[in-house]
Ligand binder design. Structure first.
Ligand code: 26W
Length: 794
């Protein structure tokens, strides 16, 4: 391997500016500096990448493949600099050219190739796999347009296409030599034993590789994203006949497949293009995996011992039938043996129990697009029925193809993403399959990478921690427990409190400069940032805020604890109820922020275009983490972990990973409220449970009343009657029934925040006791319990 002496970062920047971008410092624009610094950092990552690739090959190590329709990466430049411990060198190198480090970082667009939790988890997992030194590839789609840009017009969400590739992108290597033809439609022919699929159309999948570096640059794995290409991009004949549109059609059609990310994160739309995207990703990934396996090992019966494929939810679930098709139809391995090889290679993670999020395709659409696969699925279903005669449920019931059932049957391990969620999987959606295969479901509670979500986004806190207990915590996060003795030291606690306040001042300045929104940094920064969804209950939050406002107006001279309510999050474009919640929050903010009687005690802000970078800005400055979902609905949550790590105690329900966060940080450092998942089930049975709750709580009744009468929409008083109507009616997510206890918890927060030392203690215990929520711990769990994969660094 080429051993090049590593020039200084400054020299690398100048060399790339000059020779890679043809610019001298005088004429370089900000993007040139960002690209030059990125290339200089990338050079150093490539060395680790090559070393990892060669070591994996030489050792014949087992490889992990993470298949996901989403990778919510965010920015990569700071992540590379921090993981290579080049922060100071980068700052001084840029200063030499009188360039500001933060300005250069801010020029990078987010890679928003995901919707929310599932996509961000995939990105944290890849970084932890590299930090641990576990040989792995991520496989995804190189969407030209990531998640839409959100802006507000008259308080309403407006979506615009996201154009991340509109700027130069430093982190990918195009691989024109890595292309696979992916077929769709057509028909199937039988020749005796052998079955042949004859696709009607084909598109080419071309690979684009992004190196994913781990802590200290000791290892780097590959994220391979597929882009759609036409096999015959240009129809010259049509062109010669002057039909230019037809001439360009093949290219346009092929590009469509990787053109845009579907912006829904809970409701499957059943769209044909989405199914084509899922097969495009999975088909290309399996081809690439088997090519690499064949080059090294050959005998496909050994596949499970050298390859572990993780399905990130059901979205790549077609991998089961596709692997059987290749093993059986193309390689001639008997069907049931192909099924066993596939099952022992595949494992599946479920991320949601919401019925509308469980993918189920109509057999007509599925059969038309994938005529051979639906045959294989029927055979899988029959095999499973034969092996489990007591079975009642089928993956092919009601002329559907149920991808959850298929994924479960085709996986040797199935996991949930928090302890509560995994138990609910066994008693709800997968009850029968769990009883048939009692040792298949295991739990792997989610985690987040401490490099991005503490070391990089909160350097003040990271600095204090490292000064106190050394830097080993960065890749051994449970070492944070060593902070506990320091919490007893008032001086240290003051410094801890000052870190938070300085972060809040920095955020306040940014909100002032970026959004003209000025706040007092001594208010409680109460933050709810996540996708908009009724089960996440942003409407419970604004309802409590309105009740709080009314209470302050009644007693303006009472000793209120000033609070800033910060919201951010996108609603799926077709999810109108969620969009109305956004509008209500913005309308309420306009009235309440302008209220001279109350706005020194209460302010509301809804920051537009929530993404990874905005989260990195908000989490370090938060005092309070809102995790208020209806118990049993949030599979895990990962924002909750980021807040706890950064010293923001949680106000939350016993849902998802909140349960485990409370267990780790201590009940005394967590503001618990609301019904448990069991109580939720019972309460739903109670006739007009919402009416009863409203009748029992005048604050709730009054808050609903002012919304219903149009206090925040005087021009259109009935604007929010759909929201008040829902809450006073079905209220499926029990907003009204949990309101009083939520109010009680929030008043406890007010009281606790008055004792700044006491609050700093709670916050510091959250940091000290959240080490378990590192995605390194999660990945080590997958490696041990699911993949049987080893680190090549340990
Ligand atoms: C087919 C449309 C669709 C797209 C995405 C349905 C469902 C999804 C995802 C599963 C939704 C999602 O992001 N789920 C979140 O996954 C996180 C990571 O495990 C969890 O922490 C969140 O609780 C869960 O809502």
């Amino acid at each position: 391997m080429l051993q090049l002496s590593t020039p200084s970062l400054r020299d690398s920047i100048l060399r790339h500016l000059t020779y890679s971008f043809g610019k001298d410092p005088e004429h370089a624009i900000l993007e040139d500096w960002r690209m030059a610094l990125s290339y200089a950092v990338r050079d150093r990552i490539v060395d680790a990448w090559f070393k990892a690739t060669h070591q994996t090959y030489e050792t014949g190590a087992k490889r992990v493949y993470y298949l996901s329709m989403e990778f919510l990466i965010g920015r990569l430049l700071e992540d590379g600099i921090v993981n290579l411990e080049l922060v100071e060198e980068a700052k001084s190198a840029l200063a030499d050219f009188s360039k500001d480090y933060n300005d250069v970082l801010a020029d990078e667009p987010d890679a928003a190739l995901g919707n929310g939790g599932l996509g961000r988890l995939a990105a944290c997992f890849l970084e932890s796999l590299s930090t641990i030194g576990c040989p792995a590839h991520g496989y995804g789609i190189r969407y030209e347009h990531g998640l839409f840009r959100q802006s507000f017009v008259g308080g309403r969400q407006v979506e615009q296409p996201e154009l991340w590739l509109g700027q130069r992108h430093a982190w990918e290597f195009e691989r024109p030599e890595v292309r696979y033809r992916i077929g769709f439609g057509g028909h199937v022919t039988n020749h005796g034993e052998t079955v042949r699929w004859h696709p009607a159309e084909e598109v080419e999948a071309e690979a684009f590789d992004t190196p994913v570096v781990g802590w200290k640059g000791r290892w780097a794995n590959t994220l391979r994203l597929w882009s759609g290409r036409a096999i015959h991009p240009f129809d010259l004949a049509a062109f010669n006949h002057g039909d230019y549109a037809a001439a360009a059609a093949p290219e346009a059609l092929a590009r469509t497949i990787s053109r845009v990310l579907y912006p829904d994160d809970t409701t499957e739309q059943g769209k044909e293009l989405r199914l084509k995207q899922e097969y495009f990703l999975t088909g290309a990934a399996l081809r690439d995996i088997l090519r690499r396996f064949n080059n090294q090992f050959g005998d496909l019966r050994k596949l499970p011992s050298k390859v572990a494929i993780q399905l990130n939810d059901t979205h790549p679930a077609i991998a089961g039938p596709e692997l059987i098709r290749i093993l059986h139809d193309e390689r001639g391995i008997p069907f049931d043996e192909s099924m066993d090889i596939a099952r022992n290679t595949l494992s599946y993670t479920n991320h949601t129990l919401l019925p509308e999020a469980l993918e189920s395709w109509g057999e007509a659409l599925f059969g038309r697009l994938l005529p051979r696969h639906i045959q294989i699925i029927d055979q899988i279903d029959n095999e499973h029925a034969n092996r489990n005669p007591s079975r009642t449920q089928s993956m092919r019931a009601d002329h559907q193809v149920k991808m959850g059932q298929l994924s479960f049957v085709m996986a040797h391990k199935v996991n949930g993403v928090s302890a509560l969620h995994t138990e609910l999987m066994k008693t709800t959606v997968f009850e029968e399959l769990h009883n048939l295969h009692p040792d298949r479901i295991v739990n792997q509670t989610n985690g987040v990478t401490p490099r991005r979500w503490l070391l990089a986004c909160n350097p003040r806190l990271a600095g204090l921690i490292t000064e106190s207990i050394g830097e080993a915590w960065v890749d051994d996060l449970e070492q944070l427990e060593k902070l506990e003795p320091y919490i007893e030291d008032a001086g240290w606690l003051d410094r801890y409190g000052k870190v938070k306040r300085d972060n809040k001042v920095e955020l306040s300045n940014w909100m002032g400069q970026a959004h003209g929104f000025h706040v007092d940094p001594d208010m409680i920064f109460d933050v709810q940032i996540k996708r908009l969804h009724e089960y996440k209950r942003q409407h419970l939050n604004i309802l409590e805020t309105i009740a709080h406002w009314l209470e302050i107006r009644d007693n303006p001279n009472a000793d209120w604890t000033p609070r800033l309510k910060l919201f951010a999050g996108k609603a799926a474009p077709g999810y109108f109820f969620a969009k109305d919640i956004i509008r209500l929050i913005n309308d309420a903010a306009a009235v309440i922020n302008a209220d001279p009687l109350t706005n020194k005690y209460l302010k509301i802000a809804f920051l537009p275009n929530y993404n990874v970078t905005l989260a990195e800005r908000l989490v370090p400055a938060a005092d309070l983490s809102e995790q208020i979902s209806t118990a049993g609905k949030e599979a895990s949550g990962t924002g909750n972990m980021k807040f706890a790590l950064n010293g923001a105690p949680t106000v939350g329900t016993l849902d998802g990973a909140n349960v485990e966060i409370r267990d780790h940080v201590g009940a005394e450092n967590f503001f618990l409220f609301g019904m448990t998942a069991e109580e939720v089930m019972e309460r739903r049975m109670v006739e007009s449970h919402a009416q009863k709750a409203i009748a029992a709580d005048p604050r709730l009744a009054r808050a609903l009343e002012v919304i219903r009468e149009g206090r925040f929409s005087p021009a259109e008083p009935e604007r929010y009657h759909n929201i008040t109507g829902n809450l006073e009616g079905a209220d499926y997510f029990l907003v009204c029934s949990d309101f009083s206890d939520y109010w009680r918890a929030q008043r406890e927060v007010d009281a606790a925040f008055k004792d700044q030392q006491g609050w700093a203690r709670m916050a510091a215990f959250n940091t000290a006791r959240s080490g378990w929520f590192s995605s390194d711990r999660t990945i080590r769990g997958y490696m041990k319990d699911i993949w049987d994969a080893k680190s090549l660094l340990d």
